[in-house]
Design a protein around this ligand. Structure first.
Ligand code: ANZ
Ligand code: ZN
Length: 892
């Protein structure tokens, strides 16, 4: 055992052993010594994208997961902590464009570096189950599942609208469109309609919402609310305005019906215009003959069409000059083309109620369309020149200017108007969803090839199951000019499985969210060559604890839920939800510094480039300077660690300098898992000091700790137990109770503070008792350090694993990972002894310790014989008064 804490040696020794003993490999149906089955626990982190190296967010995520895994394992669970790589996706293609390395090579290099880092962190990962999305053994099953879904009608083909860069002749992802222009070419991006594949997630809308509330009670509310909003269920009325607009063949558009959806049927009498999307068939038709309309539509096309983009846009529109008939009043209602009506929602056309819908209000005000109040509230005055939020309220409101509906409250009016509409077959009640089917085709190279073949005679034909996987060529290097698969003859050329003629392979690949929708299932059966998942799935799934960032609250976590339900319905598995409990760890924050450069842009600096200048007297920070040039920079407060703010801390530097245990201890101690974590150099040093102190204490007392206590030594110790010994045990077990409680509720940061208290208590005990160097002392040290090491082990596994061995615990209780979690000694936490004060004629003369249940008679006897008072009494005692558990007063 080395005298000083040599983190490099300690961590290397532990990791080498763990690897050689395969200590984290888990098998299904693991048993206890008595033959009973251990309960299983599947603890999983969201798999990382192999971007190059681990960042602090990863380190935090996996440390929390690792701590949970180790703790539960000591609690007797059979715990699976797997890891994988979300290895397909755009950054690899971008890196290829920039540096000419193939996405395959770039990804593989990154994975091997990041895996090394994870090993250096000492994570308890079962690497035998490692999954990599770009490995054919994995994506083969993406393809297989895709084909199954096609068979079951969950996959279908339809047109999709994509961003088309006319210069680069390529489809762009949304994030490659910057201000409406291509990121590389700068050309104005066009919308194009091309065929693509969709997954029918909307078939599951109801179940996805219901289960959110019924089955996912252990998910954070925030995530459940975000998913619910995203799915956007709304109940309303779908009905039509009649019109007689003819198309080029002289037929009525949509049978003379302009369908609209409203959640406010009670406002029907307040309609003063109708509006259609610029993508609506009537709008497109008008554009052929109406130059103004065409100009307006082109203008809409150029801008973004995402809902979030539309929300911040000015309400623009153009009057078509056409009209439709109000279903109740039979008035003519003007039809406008508006930029805020979405083609992708409901019917792509709306009834405009400017008095009670804020968007319609601003639109009408701008275009001088009549604003007709139909909802009123007592004591409120309606002002047409200004929007007021009460205009949209339904509580305590009633109808006005609405003919026979006047005076009704909003609910009754909604019911009556809806009944009129449905009874007269003008429309129906309808539930509308914001959720769209999932478009999974990507016009990119680095993804799972969609297993379809396009044949001139037979159309689209699925690749036969026996021909899977459709291998993705690994040697291509994208140059930014379209999908390289399109130019790869070897890939494209194939025979049609139906007619045998020459055909072409589909070059679109799958959205990478497909990979992440079920990878965690594959962890259960990673080596099965014949099935995506096997019976081992039933043992491990569902995930008991999933850990990851809140940024995945919607897409990933919704798709994963859908995927599981779709597999269930295809008879592949029998659970409804894949994830029982979810934890979203907080972000890691750090200080940010910046300065404007010559070009006027902001330049950010890392804290290790900054020097702080303090006022000599007050010690207050006066200014921040860039070390390099000595000129001042501005301090911008703390914000999320990110590349763009240059405020990241490289975990590798911390590991090299202080060791993984220090990094882990700091991360766990700095804040509870769900909260944000503020990075602190000072905190890191504190964590390192604590570990050094622990090492030193164990080193100094190693001889004592190595003594093999015999059973009668322990009995002996109890009979000689003094006050300090009992106090130490009392505190030790009280702290153990607290640590247990905090472990269970995942309040990991306070487990660390409890461990710090325990170490202090041990140090204090040593100071007081060192000279009494007896059996009692040895036993106390051995017991308390043994417990401390186990409490700390899940957090700092390397140092504790080493100490456990060096101090001989190993030979008594086995490897620390298999060691039983310490049990509470109920005797230790009873306050056994009390201090009794001795008074003579009411004056304090001494005290002594006695067992709490000592009888009055015994207390009197001890008091009389006590050395500190014999000199006062000389045998003439008049009376003795005992207050049990507190004092003895001797009257002389
Ligand atoms: C008249 C009205 C009056 C409306 C009123 C609201 C308030 P949610 O709740 O999100 O489902 N709408 C319908 N289809 C639309 C489309 N394709 N693009 C843009 N807006 C559309 O929204 C339903 C409401 O959004 C509908 O109810 C409709 O405006 C509008 F005081 O009809 B409402
Ligand atoms: Zn064919």
């Amino acid at each position: 055992m080395k005298e000083y804490y040599d983190h490099k040696l300690i961590e290397k020794t532990a990791q080498t052993y763990w690897e050689s003993a395969q200590i984290y490999k888990v098998e299904e149906y693991a048993k206890n010594y008595d033959g009973s089955f251990k309960p299983k626990f599947f603890a999983c982190s969201m798999l990382p994208y192999p971007s190059g190296k681990l960042h602090m967010g990863h380190v935090r995520n996996y440390t929390i997961n690792d701590m949970m895994t180790r703790y539960l394992r000591m609690q007797g669970f059979n715990v699976l902590m797997p890891m994988g790589w979300d290895a397909f996706g755009m950054p690899a293609e971008n890196a290829a464009i920039k540096s000419g390395i193939s996405p395959y090579e770039w990804t593989r290099n990154n994975i091997s570096y990041m895996k090394k880092q994870m090993l250096a962190m000492g994570l308890a990962i079962d690497w035998s189950r490692e999954i990599c999305a770009c490995d054919p053994n994995y994506y083969k099953w993406n393809q297989w599942l895709f084909l199954k879904m096609l068979e079951h009608g969950i996959v279908y083909r339809d047109t999709q609208i994509v961003n088309w860069d006319p210069v680069d002749k390529t489809v762009l992802a949304n994030e490659q469109v910057i201000n409406g222009c291509g990121w590389r070419s700068g050309a104005i991006v066009e919308k194009r309609e091309i065929p693509g594949y969709y997954l029918r997630i909307t078939n599951y809308s109801e179940e996805l919402i219901d289960d959110l509330n019924n089955k996912l009670q252990e998910w954070p509310d925030q995530v459940r609310i975000m998913q619910e909003k995203w799915m956007g269920k709304s109940e309303g009325l779908d009905f039509a305005f009649d019109h007689n607009i003819l198309d080029e063949h002289g037929n009525l558009f949509q049978n003379g019906k302009l369908h609209v959806f409203t959640t406010r049927p009670d406002t029907l009498m307040g309609v003063t215009f109708c509006a259609i999307s610029y993508e609506h068939p009537i709008a497109k038709f008008i554009a052929r003959s109406n130059i103004e309309a065409k100009k307006f539509i082109d203008q809409c096309k150029a801008g973004g069409t995402k809902e979030s983009e539309l929300a911040i846009k000015e309400r623009l529109g153009i009057d078509t000059g056409l009209v439709a008939t109000h279903p109740i009043t039979k008035e003519n209602i003007a039809i406008w083309i508006c930029n805020y009506v979405l083609m992708s929602y409901a019917n792509g056309s709306i009834m405009g109620v400017p008095a009670h819908d804020e968007r319609d209000f601003y639109f009408a005000a701008k275009h001088r369309i009549n604003i007709k109040q139909v909802i009123a509230k007592n004591g409120k005055l309606f002002d047409k020149t200004q929007w007021n939020d009460w205009y949209k309220d339904t509580d305590d409101a009633y109808l006005v200017n609405s003919g026979k509906y006047n005076g009704l409250d909003c609910i009754s009016a909604t019911n009556e108007i809806s009944s009129y509409i449905t009874e007269n077959k003008i429309g129906k009640n309808r539930t509308m969803w914001r959720l769209r089917d999932w478009s999974v085709s990507r016009q990119r190279y680095w993804g799972t090839p969609i297993p379809m073949i396009n044949c001139d005679t037979c159309g689209t034909v699925p690749v036969p199951e026996k021909d899977l996987p459709v291998l993705l060529p690994e040697n291509l290097i994208p140059d930014g000019n379209g999908n390289p698969l399109k130019k790869d003859e070897v890939f494209i050329k194939c025979k049609c499985p139906k007619c045998g003629n020459n055909a072409q392979r589909e070059t679109d690949t799958m959205d990478t969210f497909v990979d992440s929708s079920w990878y965690f299932m594959r962890y259960t059966s990673p080596d099965n060559k014949n099935y995506a998942i096997d019976q081992r799935f039933n043992y491990w799934m569902p995930i008991d604890q999933y850990i990851g960032g809140i940024e995945h609250a919607v897409l990933h976590l919704l798709y994963a839920r859908f995927w599981c339900k779709a597999m269930r319905d295809m008879g592949l598995l029998n659970i409804d939800e894949p994830i029982k409990k979810l934890l979203c760890q907080g972000m890691v924050l750090n200080h940010t510094y910046s300065r404007r450069n010559n070009l006027g842009g902001l330049e950010y600096f890392n804290s290790n480039e900054i020097e702080t200048c303090q006022n000599e007297n007050t010690k207050e920070i006066k200014e921040y300077k860039l070390i390099k040039d000595g000129s001042p920079v501005e301090y911008n407060g703390i914000s999320t660690m990110s590349k763009s703010k240059n405020n990241g801390v490289d975990p590798q530097i911390i590991i090299d300098k202080f060791g993984a245990d220090t990094a882990r201890l700091f991360i766990i101690f700095a804040s509870p898992p769900e909260q944000t974590l503020e990075w602190s150099e000072y905190g890191i040093e504190g964590a390192s000091r604590y570990l050094k102190k622990l090492w030193k204490l164990c080193y100094t007392n190693r001889d004592m700790l190595l003594v093999q206590n015999k059973k009668n030594d322990k009995e002996d110790a109890f009979s000689h137990a003094n006050e300090n010994y009992k106090l130490l045990r009392f505190k030790l077990y009280s702290n153990l109770i607290k640590a247990n409680h905090d472990y269970k509720r995942m309040q990991y940061n306070t487990v660390v503070s409890t461990s710090m208290k325990i170490l202090n208590d041990i140090e204090n005990f040593i100071l007081k008792e060192r000279l009494n160097n007896n059996n009692c002392y040895n036993i106390a040290l051995k017991e308390s350090i043994g417990i401390l090491l186990r409490i700390l082990y899940p957090i700092v596994p390397h140092i504790t694993w080493n100490l456990w061995r060096h101090l001989g615990y190993h030979s008594l209780m086995g490897d620390i990972i298999e060691a039983k979690w310490p049990k509470i000694d109920p005797n230790a936490i009873i306050k056994e002894t009390t201090r009794i004060v001795i008074q003579i004629n009411g004056k304090l003369r001494g005290s002594f310790l006695a067992p709490s249940n000592t009888s009055e008679k015994d207390i009197k006897e001890i008091a009389i014989k006590h050395e500190s008072i014999s000199k006062f009494i000389n045998g003439n005692i008049k009376r003795i008064v005992v207050v049990p558990g507190k004092l003895v007063n001797i009257v002389i």
